[in-house]
Write a protein that binds this ligand. Sequence first.
Ligand code: ATP
Length: 196
Amino acid sequence: MPGSVGLLGGTFDPPHNGHVRVAQDVRQGLGLDCVLLIPVRVPPHKRTARVTPAALRLEMVRAAVADAPGLDVSEIELEREGPSYTVDTLRRLGDERPDTDLTCIVGADQLAEMADWKEPEEISALARLAVMNRGDLAPVEPDWDITLEWTAVSVTPLDVSSTQIRSMVAEGRPVGHLVPAGVLRIIEREKLYCNG
Ligand code: ATP
């Protein structure tokens, strides 16, 4: 069982080279044993757009990390009914792996939003918080009333997002340079994103 684990949650619809790259950079930058990619459950009433079924997003994340040493996948948020709250995930992982140091990884775009997350201060009590730059957006201390300790971690910005990939596939443009080969095979096999 690894001693230090980073947790990167996301919709991963689909996972792309940017996800793999930042997970590898954070792992290396913070000297973690492993980074877990955690596909989040998207409850039907919260869907603003169509979201690919969880089983396929999970299969794609598995394919994305297959050739990436030190990266792995956790199904923890898909196994649980109800909304996925980070604090609950950390509590469960902490119970399952009491000797593991947990690091919660978020993008600079998400830091200010954390004030609205469930029990944000408890999150920073249960895990280290690592905030990565998103493109040129570097993390800055938000103007907030809570006290959260966080560490900036520098990642190589790759100009790619899942939204961009879904649009490109819908327009019939190739995306093989933006996603790992195994992910591309699943997108093609399942004809994902063809209708926007
Ligand atoms: P979408 O376009 O559907 O919103 P996304 O590409 O942002 O998706 P998510 O699944 O929401 O992907 O991302 C999970 C995590 O990975 C988030 O913390 C997000 O900030 C981060 N992330 C995604 N793409 C990049 C990227 N190119 N560079 C740095 N961080 C990224």
